[in-house]
Design a protein around this ligand. Structure first.
Ligand code: PMP
Length: 401
């Protein structure tokens, strides 16, 4: 028989553009391949304990065991995922009073990425000409997630890496010049990549600008509990959501429950009335149906069980506090090493940026086996008690040239 390969087909996949490999994933592979025992990997963005591992939280492990024993079906859930899970996360994000607000709807998403993408799609669907103001620098995946939904991004200055400070005046000027109805992307806490969060007073000023200028905040809350505790880390989010008639919050449980690969998050949207909120929810359900139909259940079921079971919830809270404290201790040790690293203690979460050139970052990799992103972003908690001083020494030596 002749070959059935169709030679009449015009090329389809040949038309695709080449894609650059993801720089961070490449870095992980390079670090893994390095056989030097003293290598330090501060590239990858996951929590590490003192032994250098990313263990499963005690409460998560126990909830998984109970789930395995009690779960009787894997039949489909709806596009909203597990509504009890979303209802339990709601007051953690918004506090009890704002959570009771009927104009806020929410649904489960595949992680923070799923929430960010779903929110961007909702915005584009509601207003194909929508613009979103995005601070610079920001997490490298914000751009692709927002732009592929068709929402125009407008940069605003956020942080000066060399001066190691937030450019608040420039940020405020940019937001004051934004048009009514424009969206503003804000990191709720533990800014990625800089670790530099707005102060309480700056959050109040942003909330004031948002209210006065008719801007719509879109808060990315991916690290709640890893900066200064669950309540403190949500304070800015609550301020801006309260100040605005309309707002979006993309929330993730992947870091604060340590369930990264399970993909657990929620998107919350505040609308101008509860009737509009219902319409928003119906549109979110429809958009979710076209992307993932329904979010994966397992991770959200674990988080639901932990939050619904007092002893597991208490243990989760305790372990989250331990993780947070470990990050703070490492930050304090880096800051104490040299005054040029002092700013690191005032920052929050897993990441900070070092004012290093790409060449200096490369030299650290080649000469010392220290792996960090080309931007100088490093994962504070990728360090261990044993290597934190060696890391600080190598960085300071490189800064001195
Ligand atoms: N936002 C920020 C700022 C992040 O750093 C991340 C994860 N690195 C996310 C959102 C997405 O988190 P998830 O893994 O839950 O999709």
């Amino acid at each position: 028989m002749d070959s059935i390969t169709g030679s009449t087909q015009p090329p389809l996949f040949d038309r695709l553009d080449e894609q650059k490999p993801d720089a961070l994933l490449q870095l992980i592979a390079l670090a893994e391949a390095d056989t030097r025992p003293e290598k330090i990997d501060v590239g990858v963005g996951v929590y590490r304990d003192a032994a250098g591992g990313t263990p499963i939280l005690r409460a998560v492990k126990e909830a998984e065991r109970r789930l395995w024993e009690a779960q009787e079906t894997k039949a489909y859930l709806g596009s909203q995922g597990d509504p009890r899970f979303t209802a339990l996360i709601r007051p953690i994000v918004f506090g009890e009073s704002l959570a009771a607000e009927g104009r806020i709807v929410g649904l489960q998403t595949p992680g923070g990425c799923g929430a960010l993408r779903l929110g961007a799609d909702l915005i584009a669907k509601a207003n194909p000409k929508a613009r979103i103001h995005v601070g610079q620098p920001t997490w490298p995946n914000h751009g692709p997630l927002i732009e592929c939904a068709g929402v125009e991004m407008v940069p605003y200055p956020y942080y000066d890496c060399d001066a190691r400070r937030i450019l608040f005046d420039q940020m405020a000027t940019a937001l004051n010049a934004a048009e009514a109805g424009d969206l503003v992307l804000l990191h709720g806490c533990c800014h990625n990549p800089t670790g530099a969060d707005l102060s309480a007073g700056e959050w109040r000023e942003v909330a004031d600008i948002v209210a006065r200028r008719g801007l719509i905040p879109y808060v990315d809350l991916a690290y709640q509990g890893l900066g200064n505790g669950l309540e403190a880390d949500a304070a800015g989010t609550r301020l801006v959501v309260e100040a605005a008639e309309q707002a979006l919050v993309a929330q993730s449980c992947d870091k604060n429950f340590g369930v990264y690969r399970e993909r657990v998050g929620n998107l919350f949207v505040k609308a101008r009335s509860s009737a509009t909120a219902d319409k928003v929810f119906a549109n979110l359900m429809q958009l979710a149906r076209t992307m993932w139909s329904m979010p994966p259940d397992h991770g959200a079921a674990i988080c639901r069980l932990v939050l619904d079971t007092p002893e597991l919830r208490a243990d989760w809270n305790a372990e989250l506090k331990e993780m947070c404290a470990r990050i703070r201790t490492l930050r304090a040790r880096l800051a104490a090493y040299d005054e040029r690293l002092a700013y690191i203690d005032g920052q929050n979460g897993m990441f900070s940026m070092l004012p290093l050139t790409p060449d200096q970052v490369l030299a650290l990799r080649k000469e010392k086996g220290i792996y960090m992103a080309g931007s100088g972003r490093f994962n504070v908690v990728g360090l261990s008690d044993d290597n934190v001083d060696r890391f600080a020494a190598a960085v300071v030596e490189t800064m001195d040239g």
